[in-house]
Design a protein around this ligand. Structure first.
Ligand SMILES: Cc1ncc(COP(=O)(O)O)c(C=O)c1O
Length: 454
């Protein structure tokens, strides 16, 4: 450890990283692997304190739908500042809040919008999940919630109680949520040992039988799921599975909470991931993209659930007017520039690059995703095959690939079990040349990492 005088003498990325190590919490995450200070950011590129430029396929964990410093977002913020709008209003109305509500309601399927209520939450995705849980528990007067293995819903105690990942729960005596975990249809590592379509059929059947079984326990207050698991390793749920879950929960009168905190806003090639299957949730949790890069979170839900009492979910930062201005600009730009279609097309382009890399590179065990939420599961081709004939996940190799990407000017993050899934979450404005550059850097990084390991 450097002494204080030396610590402040170090310049550039190394200095920022060393000072961060010395002063920030042991709980820090991305900063441990991305040892840089981001000094400038524009579009899909960021530049670090040493002047090196990177393609940014992390984009603040999928938050920056329009990339960094998009002109429409900047103009909206400058205009709001010049008009001296209030920065914070709790939940008091403002013209910008009204405009934001109009914009967000316009993104919903009409049958949902017609019955919808919106709750502005504290500004994190986790707070939207907290609100969703309180809403359904109040409406049903039940306690338990069904969640899915591999799901990620945030780091507040109740949200964390819904996630399978044990890492962040380590060292804590329990979380606040009574969650029952059901198997998610992760076909490549099928929890039922069958894979393919049968995986999703069995998962849906399991849920149906649990909710219908007269000895299956008490009905839950809700079922909560992502439709493409993000942090869990970029695992898209098949449309049939989503439809089956919707049917079962509707039949049993159990509210379905769809967490679109990461998928919402066009990322998966539909404005909402639930549109791929044609279902409509009872509760929709949104954050990330909808604030245009500024903190913002809401839940939108069926009015029949709106039985919680005044003050049931308060919070100081529910009225973040600048985030609403940035959000309005973002939602409009996504619509006007048809960025949902771009996400679909660019996602397909990236997927086909990754699939052709898989033919040459045995480290790529599985390529999957939807739209601009793509993943490549890194495996150890020499490891012991599982019962489905797939090699084991290789988190050590994935970290090596991540560092090799960084060296070549590409930021990606690793997620999923053992951190073995390379995740691509670029801004929705990314173009074909940039996708090709991302894929080419990733391919070089994989090949180099494979050679080094040989
Ligand atoms: C699907 C999903 N839900 C909830 C969250 C939690 O959001 P936040 O980190 O803003 O609390 C995230 C964050 O990545 C997420 O991806």
């Amino acid at each position: 450890m450097l002494v204080e005088k030396e610590l402040f003498a170090v310049t550039g990325n190394a200095g920022y990283a060393a000072r961060q190590d010395a002063r920030e919490s042991n709980a820090r995450t991305y900063a441990r692997r991305l040892r840089m200070a981001i000094a400038h950011a524009k579009g899909v590129r960021v530049t670090d304190a040493d002047g090196k430029t990177y393609l940014d396929c992390l984009a603040a964990a999928g938050t920056l739908a329009l990339g960094h410093n998009h002109p429409a977002v900047k103009a909206a913020l400058i205009q709001a500042l010049e008009q001296e709008v209030p920065f914070q209003t709790l939940d008091i109305a403002t013209p910008l809040k009204d405009e934001f509500t109009n914009e967000i309601f316009a993104t919903l399927p009409p049958e949902f919008a017609a019955r919808a209520r919106i709750q502005f939450c504290g500004p994190s995705g986790s707070d939207a999940i907290e609100a969703a849980l309180k809403l359904v528990k109040t409406a049903t007067q039940k306690q338990n919630v069904i969640a899915f293995s591999g799901g990620y819903h945030g780091m507040s105690q109740s949200a964390m109680g819904l996630m399978g990942n044990l890492g962040p729960k380590h060292g804590m005596a329990g979380t606040a949520q009574n969650a029952q975990f059901m198997p998610f249809p992760y076909s490549y590592r099928c929890p039922f040992g069958v894979g393919g379509e049968a995986s999703s059929r069995m998962s849906a059947h399991y849920l149906r039988s649990l909710l219908s079984d007269v000895e299956g326990g008490v009905l839950p207050a809700g079922v909560v799921t992502e439709l493409v698991q993000g942090e869990g390793g970029v695992i898209p749920a098949p449309n049939d599975w989503a439809r089956a879950v919707r049917e079962i929960t509707r039949e049993r009168g159990v509210p379905l909470i769809v967490d679109e905190i990461q998928t919402g806003g066009g990322r998966t090639g539909a404005f909402y991931a639930f549109e791929h299957s044609g279902i409509v949730p009872d509760v929709l949790a949104l954050s990330k993209a909808i604030g245009g890069g500024l903190p913002m979170a809401v839940i939108i839900y069926d009015k029949d659930l709106d039985v919680w009492q005044p003050g049931a979910h308060a919070g100081t930062f529910r009225g973040n007017t600048l985030a609403m201005a940035a959000g309005v600009a973002t939602l409009r730009t996504i619509r006007e520039q048809n960025l949902v279609a771009n996400a679909e097309a660019m996602g397909k382009r990236l997927e086909s690059h990754l699939l052709s890399l898989q033919k040459d590179c045995p480290l790529i065990g599985n390529v999957r995703g939807r739209g601009l939420m793509m993943g490549a599961e890194i495996v150890d081709p020499d490891g012991k095959l599982d019962s489905l004939g797939h090699p084991p996940a290789d988190g050590v190799m994935s970290r090596r690939i991540q560092q090799a990407c960084l060296k070549r000017g590409l930021i990606i993050e690793m997620g999923g079990r053992h951190g073995a899934v390379a995740r691509f979450l670029p801004p929705l404005i990314i173009n074909a040349d940039e996708i090709d550059a991302v894929a080419s850097i990733f391919a070089d990084a994989c090949m180099e990492s494979m050679k080094q390991a040989a």
